[in-house]
Design a protein around this ligand. Structure first.
Ligand code: PNW
Length: 483
């Protein structure tokens, strides 16, 4: 296996001195205030109020009421010691019709949020699109309409003009694999559309145009030098045995390729953006379903990327068989599982950033990682989420190993800062470092919050301590690592 070319010079033991410790959220999942101050519905508002909506007809109408409680929430982030906070902007809060008239009170909210973050010494990382398309634009075809690139560019310009004197880190889109792919998070299911594969691939093409044009708008209009990228699902396969060279290279091929005739991969998105062409393997696999690329399209899509954001929750371990075919590792009886039945596969946080960094050469941020757990407030007032501590610890150790091996990983954003509206699952799933009681909106930092505070304060050294409640004193070795 060839070692990755070290671009940064990581300190011995892992994370570079500038490594960013963060947490993440998205607008529709936490803000609430759905029809306050001029906000218009997104496709998700319409979906959750339909009969096929989310679990038990839950909605994001109120969610964590972050729109009104953002100051309290930023206070929790500051005490946690976050260096950065990734959040998204609600397009229909700012441009109710998607284009045209700007809703100033909506824009003012993000102004206040950014100011509060900066006052708390927290760097804002802004995602422009995290699934909540203005419904008005869905009625005009949404992602199926090629004009969406222009709509998105207009929206991007409004945000950049207003926030780029203070915001420097920009992600255009969150996880096109999901919002244009299948599954409950897809724009399609919420818009009651059942597109063919060909139509999905055309929509992906439009979203790549939107991304490219938005990169240009940000670079042309930002008042401070911007860093621009997007967040994708870090779809990954990785070797069960780290030292089995054949499996290492076969997993790399799958993670970097288009192994199936669906949207669940990285290359179909990142190859056009970074290399200016769709991957040959995908063109063969999709055949006539691949989109027609019009003259000039690839020039618009192919833009310098300052980083790539990877959202990694799990991966598929396996190995190469004697014929060189990939075999998924059989599921162990009683395997560790999260509440969403996702597998605990810490190796994905080593191999996914490594394969992606080797393939594209761009710095990597882990823009989401975390787990849903069945947390509740104990009678003594604490939330004992030992499983979240152990899960995160195991994954972060693997990420640190990647950094030690020369992968240029610049930061980690835990999903999520708060329990929140988990799309089709409603409030059934809890991903937060902070527990939210939805009947009172009371916030309770979980044990994992206290543990993560120590990881942040020690720049990762606390990962080596056996601290499973997060509330004890810092162990001596971790104490020494404090700034
Ligand atoms: C992300 N997977 O979606 C979304 O960006 C968040 O809004 C969401 O709350 C969070 O994950 C937790 O679900 C994903 O199966 C959903 O690999 C599924 C996967 C990855 C990301």
């Amino acid at each position: 296996m060839s070692p990755p070319s070290p671009i940064s010079s990581p300190v011995s033991g892992g994370f570079s001195p500038e490594f960013v410790w963060g947490a993440a959220s998205s607008a529709y999942q936490i803000e609430g205030a759905a029809d306050i101050d001029g906000r218009a519905p997104s496709i998700w508002d319409v979906h959750v109020h339909s009969k096929d909506g989310a679990y038990q007809q839950h909605t994001g109408d109120v969610a964590c009421d972050h729109y009104h409680r953002y100051a309290e929430d930023v206070g929790h982030m500051q005490r946690l010691g976050l260096g950065a906070y990734r959040f998204s902007i609600s397009w229909p809060r700012v441009l109710p019709q998607g284009v045209g008239a700007v809703n100033e009170p909506g824009l003012d909210f993000y102004d206040r949020l950014v100011d509060a973050l900066l006052a708390a010494d927290i760097d804002p990382y802004v995602t422009l699109y995290h699934w909540d398309l203005p419904y008005a634009l869905q009625l005009r075809g949404g992602w199926m309409n090629r004009q969406i690139a222009d709509w998105f560019a207009e929206y991007t310009g409004v945000i950049v003009d207003r926030l780029s004197d203070r915001v420097t880190n920009w992600m255009t889109l969150n996880e096109p694999q999901i919002f244009l792919g299948g599954g409950p998070g897809a724009a399609w299911s919420v818009a009651s559309v059942r597109p063919t594969l060909k139509e999905r691939l055309l929509s992906v093409h439009h979203c790549l145009l939107a991304h490219g044009d938005a990169c240009e708008v940000i670079r042309a209009r930002a008042k401070k030098p911007p860093k621009v990228g997007l967040s994708i699902v870090g779809v990954n396969w990785f070797p069960t045995d780290n030292d089995d060279a054949r499996s290492v290279s076969l997993a790399r091929e799958r993670t970097r390729g288009v192994p199936n005739a669906d949207l669940w991969n990285t290359a179909w998105y990142m190859d056009p953006v970074v290399h200016g062409r769709y991957p040959a393997e995908g063109l063969v696999r999709f055949g006539d379903d691949a989109p027609t690329v019009q003259p000039g399209d690839m020039e618009r899509i192919h833009q310098k990327q300052d980083f790539v954001g990877l959202n990694v929750y799990h991966g598929l371990p396996g190995s190469a068989d004697d014929e060189g075919a990939w075999v998924d590792e059989p599921e162990a009886q009683g395997r560790p599982r999260t509440a969403l039945d996702w597998t605990m596969t810490p190796g994905s946080l080593y191999w996914c950033p490594r394969y992606v960094h080797e393939g594209y050469g761009t710095p990597v941020y882990i823009t989401e990682h975390g787990l849903s757990n069945t947390d509740w407030v104990s009678l003594d007032g604490r939330v004992r989420d030992t499983a979240r501590i152990d899960f995160t610890r195991r994954y972060l150790m693997e990420l640190r190993r990647a950094a030690s091996d020369g992968v240029d990983v610049r930061g980690y954003f835990h999903w999520s800062i708060l329990d929140n509206f988990e799309w089709g699952q409603g409030y059934k799933e809890r991903f937060g470092l902070i527990h939210v009681d939805y009947s009172t909106q009371k916030r309770t930092p979980k044990d994992s919050y206290h543990w993560y505070a120590k990881v942040i304060a020690t720049h990762g050294a606390h990962l080596d301590e056996q601290d499973y409640d997060g509330v004890g004193a810092l162990a001596p070795a971790a104490q020494e690592a404090l700034p």
